[in-house]
Design a protein around this ligand. Sequence first.
Ligand code: MG
Length: 162
Amino acid sequence: MSEAFHAAPRIGIGWDRHRMQAGRPCVLGGVRLECPVGPAGHSDGDVLLHALADALLGAAGLDDLGTLFPDTDPRYAGAASTELLHAVLERVAAAGLRPACVDVVVVCDRPRLAPARARIRGQLAGWLRLPLERVNLKGKTSEGAATVEAVEAMAVAALVPL
Ligand code: MG
């Protein structure tokens, strides 16, 4: 295939949703937020990083997060999702690719994302080695449509050759 085909950005999508549970730590994008509820799960339940990691893996044509780091594996019990993201970035680099831009939407009724948005965005930009304008993050609420309290994230990532 042509050089232009190999140079073209590769796009991936990721999605994750965890039920909220009282008394669980609330970590989003690697940042601990003040909230009486937090995502339930084997890991820290960081849906933002899980969705982002799956978007990166999808764009690279690699296996998804659940296959690479199964939550039934005791090695990943209580795992910090920042470690998973870094492991994913290593695999992306090993595939000869690097992030070009990412965009993430987080949906939850609490906590409010706005006060932490700049901090999360800056941290992601550092990890992905991208300028801030290539890392976007939006916070939305369920607008009263949630049947179970949950936190959900959707992410899109574009990769280009290293
Ligand atoms: Mg998850």
